[in-house]
Ligand binder design. Structure first.
Ligand SMILES: NC(=O)C1=CN([C@@H]2O[C@H](COP(=O)(O)OP(=O)(O)OC[C@H]3O[C@@H](n4cnc5c(N)ncnc54)[C@H](OP(=O)(O)O)[C@@H]3O)[C@@H](O)[C@H]2O)C=CC1
Ligand SMILES: CC(C)(CO)C(=O)C(=O)O
Length: 304
């Protein structure tokens, strides 16, 4: 049994290492050809550094796939899957480990017979270069069924360290993460600030609270009870806890990469529309961040 890793970036590589450490065989699916048979990764955790060797294959030449971990950015999911769909066995085990929502339904539709799980993690990791991983936090991971799944976790996940928590309601976990990302990510991109500055600056804090109020209108209309406290209290707490972080959306913009806005605020706005709820601030942010993404993409292509 081999876990193929589609989206062997920061979080995909971290979970490839965790699966390998738990005794599974892994195979990274890469776009860039490598000179060696093994992909070398140095994982830094605080002062500790460990080297790992991970087997890889070109994504276009993957062998038959029975176990697939998808950890691309949300907008890349379907394009990445296109290049190997014919090699995914009909009854494969597939885990989606990504932020955002919307792509999960699309993958379930594309592989109706597959056993599909979603995982949500608060682990934090980034890749300063192709062979280095810096783990900022070990995080907490939840995994749960989306389609055709037996009650137990997919093979290799129950022996992983730290162990993921199994949940019967991964949809709720996805919404918890989505709500937090909807609040923090677009605002840090708008103000080009670190997470903590959304709460330390009184004007930004007021906008953040207004945004949380809008998001909660949707989650309440869907009958979701996300946290013991209000969303605003939860978001303020997380922004304070991660005060020095640049959110993933701001980081993508600064690196002139596409953002996940369509799968975060975009998904929320789609849900609101279906519920006949108007979200002026979220809609404004969706437009703003999409425009910023286009501008940074053009700048990257040298069109400005
Ligand atoms: N990093 C983190 O700490 C966390 C990230 N997440 C979420 O996890 C997901 C992944 O994030 P992250 O790991 O940071 O992102 P990265 O950009 O580091 O990794 C994404 C990877 O996907 C690969 N990819 C994209 N398109 C294809 C394709 N067509 N075929 C094969 N590979 C492809 C990229 O390959 P290439 O290298 O060739 O560009 C890249 O290595 C996102 O949804 C993010 O929000 C969630 C929690 C924490
Ligand atoms: C929780 C938060 C906002 C931490 O930075 C995050 O998940 C992200 O940046 O995508």
């Amino acid at each position: 049994m081999i876990w193929h890793i589609l989206g062997a970036g920061a979080i995909g590589s971290l979970f490839a290492i965790r699966l390998q450490q738990a005794g599974s065989t892994v195979q990274l699916l890469l776009r860039q050809p490598q000179t060696e048979d093994y992909y070398q990764l140095h994982l830094h955790k605080g002062k500790d550094t460990q080297a790992y060797l991970l087997p890889w294959q070109p994504v276009t030449q993957a062998t038959a796939i029975s176990h697939l971990l998808i950890a691309t950015k949300a907008p890349d999911t379907l394009t990445a899957l296109d290049s190997l769909a014919s090699r995914v066995q009909p009854n494969a085990d597939i885990v989606l480990l990504q932020n955002g929502m919307g792509q999960h339904e699309a993958v379930c539709r594309a592989f109706p017979q597959a056993r599909i799980w979603a995982a949500v993690t608060t682990a934090g990791v980034w890749r300063p270069d192709a062979n280095t991983l810096i783990q900022v936090s070990e995080g907490h991971t939840e995994i749960g069924p989306l389609q055709n799944t037996p009650t137990n976790m997919p093979k290799g996940w129950n022996t992983m360290t730290p162990p993921p928590a199994e949940t019967a309601d991964i949809y709720l976990s996805l919404w918890r993460k989505l709500a937090i990302n909807c609040a923090i990510n677009p605002l840090t991109a708008r103000y080009r600030c670190r997470n903590g500055e959304l709460v330390s600056d009184p004007q930004r804090r007021a906008v953040l609270l207004q945004l949380c109020h809008e998001i909660e209108q949707v989650t309440q209309a869907l009958g979701l009870s996300l946290f013991d406290t209000s969303l605003a209290d939860r978001v303020v707490h997380i922004a304070e806890q991660t005060a020095q972080n640049r959110s993933s959306m701001l980081t993508d913009l600064l690196n002139q990469r596409p953002t996940e806005i369509d799968y975060i605020t975009g998904y929320l706005c789609q849900q609101a529309q279906q519920l006949n709820i108007h979200l002026p601030l979220n809609e404004q942010l969706l437009t703003e961040i999409k425009q910023l993404s286009v501008q940074t993409h053009r700048a990257k292509l040298g069109e400005n």
